[in-house]
Write a protein that binds this ligand. Structure first.
Ligand code: RIB
Ligand code: NA
Length: 299
């Protein structure tokens, strides 16, 4: 189909510096030259899915500026449809990212244009949501817009995937619509509270399933993922790789999972494919520029 997946979420310019170690409070460290590359959880997921062959439309906002152009070009060259992208009178969102030699990242996001996404913007795309196979939502946009997308998808009987990143409070109705809810261990802990800090992946996934979503995926970074449905809880191992830059690896996973679900895979098969897409992405710098094609994942 022309639009298999509608992605609702953020688009950011990633301003990336490599540092030997992160500065402590009050400390200054010198890092590498600045790299600017296309990112943002929503745009990342859209590009990841499109590069794997899914028909994707992105629903979000960028500024009328150089960073906005960078994002539109990255999405368009991956084949993402961008006619639902709004351009408010605010700068494109920015992510300040530091990457350490082990490939780990830490990120501060300034939302900019992403913060202007409204329920009316979602409503304007109701017809494309209704004909899609999967609606994929992440939370670097205002919660009312994210919840509206989930609500429209449910009303149209469209499968809804939510990446609870960064974490925010969901309604019981929204939770019940998710198939799957995708979280990492931090986000799982946020949803479940402190008593789960020592729980392993399968225990987290089962506890999350009890909150009401139709299915759950807990991503475990280099250790793979856990998939939980009412029938069974399964662990998916990740291939061993040497990470260069883990920025956006979760988005590579989420976009790949949505692409395979929209192509008709079962959740577990989709997750097995998605851990390979994410593993490839961490071996290359940046978020969107590092996402593999279908042929690369199969190889
Ligand atoms: O998930 C990674 C992304 O988080 C980065 O691309 C950055 O823009 C932030 O949104
Ligand atoms: Na990468």
């Amino acid at each position: 189909a022309l639009t298999d997946i509608v992605v609702v979420g953020s688009a950011n310019a990633d301003l990336v510096t490599t540092v030997a170690r992160r500065p402590a409070a009050g400390e200054t460290v010198l890092g590498s030259d600045l790299r600017v590359s296309p990112g943002g959880k929503g745009a990342n997921q859209a590009v990841a899915a499109a590069r794997l062959g899914a028909g994707v439309a992105f629903l979000g906002a960028v500024g009328d500026d150089e960073h906005g152009q960078l994002l539109l070009e990255s999405m368009r060259s991956a084949g993402v449809r961008t006619e639902h992208v709004r351009t408010p009178d605010r700068p494109t969102g920015i992510a300040h990212i530091t990457v350490t030699p082990d490939g780990e990242n830490s990120i501060v996001v300034s939302p900019g244009a992403n913060g202007t996404l409204t329920t009316a913007d979602i409503d304007r795309a109701a017809s494309v949501i209704a004909i899609s196979t999967v609606v994929l939502v992440s939370l670097e946009v205002p919660m009312p817009a994210a919840l509206r997308a989930i609500e429209l998808a449910r009303a149209a009987g469209v499968r809804t995937v939510l990446n609870l990143s960064p974490p925010g409070p969901l309604t019981a109705d929204a939770l019940a619509a998710l198939d799957p809810l995708i979280v990492n261990e931090h986000e799982a802990g946020w949803l479940l509270g402190a008593e789960t800090t020592s729980a392993d992946g399968p225990a987290l996934a089962e506890a999350l399933l009890a909150l009401g979503p139709r299915s759950v995926v807990v991503t475990l970074g280099g250790r793979g993922a856990v998939v939980a449905t009412p029938d069974c809880v399964s662990t998916v191992a990740a291939p061993r790789v040497s990470p260069v830059d883990t920025t956006g690896a979760g988005d590579a996973f989420t976009g790949a999972l949505a692409a395979r679900l929209s192509a008709g895979d079962e959740l577990l098969a989709a997750a097995r494919f998605a851990v390979h897409a994410a593993a490839i992405s961490v071996t290359r710098p940046g978020a969107q520029p590092s996402y593999p094609t279908r042929g690369e994942v199969r190889a």
